[in-house]
Ligand binder design. Sequence first.
Ligand code: ADP
Length: 406
Amino acid sequence: MFGAIADDFTGATDLAGLLARSGQPVSLRIGVPEGGDAAPFEVIALKIRTEPVAEAVSQALAAVDWFQARGVTRFFWKYCSTFDSTAEGNIGPVAEAIMHRLGVRQTIYCPAFPENGRAIFMGNLFVGQQPLAESPMKDHPLTPMRDSNLMRLLRPQVTGDVALVDRLTVAKGSYAVRAALDATDARHVIVDAVADDDLHVIAAACRDDVLMTGGSAVAMPLPGLYRAAGLVDVAGGDVWTMPEGPALVLSGSCSAMTQRQVAAYAADNPSYQLDPLALDRDGVQPVLDWLAGQGGTPLVYATASPEKVRTAQVELGRERAGRIVEDTLAAIAVSQRNLGVRRFVVAGGESSGAVTQGLGVRRLDVGPEIAPGVPWCAADSGGVRVALALKSGNFGAEDFFARALA
Ligand code: ADP
């Protein structure tokens, strides 16, 4: 049985969607469940990317305990393919705490997601053709990434040594990767990957590891490898159905791709831009009044340029500005669900977390993929069935919102 812990909600749906590509039914939990059974492939979504380290560690360990009590034997710590973390963590501290809890000597770090343009070469992370620190991630509202070197990013976050298994070793195949991992005393090993084939090599090398860490893509080969090893039964699950009803698009992501998606959708559809300063002053009612007068599928977005985000942050503080936007998106989702909206497309990891929590969703059934790493999910919310497409900031093409709705 496979248990994954994701540091944000879109990261969890991303991972669940890629695991489900194997045909294996995947269950996704929002927060650590209070009991119940674990499915053979279970993902627990936490919202701990930017929490204080102690809080992030404590929630991750609670998830590990829940899995362990249900006989899970393979663990996965999932973070963003752009290694989003603050200077304090939380990728390293959570990995180290899980290693300690499971008695694991060493683990790998592989955030690569080639299908979405995330590649690691000589320990440096690229977004498309740009080094991470030159990509739009340098201006992220919560986790600005100002270094592209994963070893330099991870080192201050952990107490053990950090090493690299580079692309030249990965090119030699899974036995070479296994041998390189076994040969190093380092407890934390970054592994290069530039293409899907590399991920298969790495996953095969780590098939017997109790703990792996990375982005979603390196986990994609695992269901097949576990099935081949006789660890899980061959797939077969319920048919996924889309809840019917009106839809709404909500965006709290300021990532470069979301900016383009918002602009593309707003060109043909009713749209309303949230301003944190106005929200702080006037609350959520003005946007609810606006929504009441709309037909079609409206878009409500806080998405703004880096300059506008900085202005709001200077005025309100980074955390407060983010919180106001997130609380607003959650409040809108709840009010619109109560008015009959049944399908929500949400852009932004933290934003999706806020909306999902607001809607009181505890478990998601993973459905068809809209774009790499973004599946539709179905869930119970306030006594009705709703569909959620939770999109990480930089995922999807420019027409993502229209595509998801179609
Ligand atoms: P992504 O997936 O692109 O990283 P997130 O939703 O995870 O998106 O993060 C974006 C953060 O920026 C959220 O906390 C959101 O509330 C905040 N935010 C969104 N719009 C604004 C804005 N106009 N000013 C300040 N902060 C904002």
